[in-house]
Design a protein. Structure first.
Length: 110
């Protein structure tokens, strides 16, 4: 059981799942607000909600792929808040990863 890769990533799985559940609610509220600003119609609100929902789901996948294998700390409310913020700001994670200098390749021996 403890050799199962999903068991080792249980904290990351739970963090992403809880962040995505909370993000659905945030996206609904933000979608309604944006939709009312743009067109004040059901179509505008539903479109804004759909776009935001797609954004956070992609963010959840990107975040899980980039961070999951390194996440070993147990979940706390603060950690869930960090996952929630990270799901919404995931493009910054990609920008930081691109700008970070890569480690030089290992030197070949004689």
């Amino acid at each position: 059981m403890y050799e199962d890769p999903l068991y080792k990533m249980r904290h990351a799985l739970a963090g992403v799942a809880l962040a995505l559940i909370a993000s659905v609610l945030v996206a609904a509220l933000a979608g309604a607000f944006i939709g009312d600003l743009v067109g004040d119609s059901y179509t505008a609100r539903a479109t804004a909600y759909g776009i935001l929902l797609l954004y956070v789901v992609v963010g959840g996948v990107v975040l899980f792929v980039k961070v999951a294998r390194h996440e070993t700390r147990p979940l706390t409310p603060g950690r869930v808040g960090l996952w929630l913020a990270s799901v919404w700001t995931w493009p910054l994670l990609l920008l930081v990863a691109r700008r970070r200098p890569q480690a030089p390749p290992p030197a070949e021996g004689p």
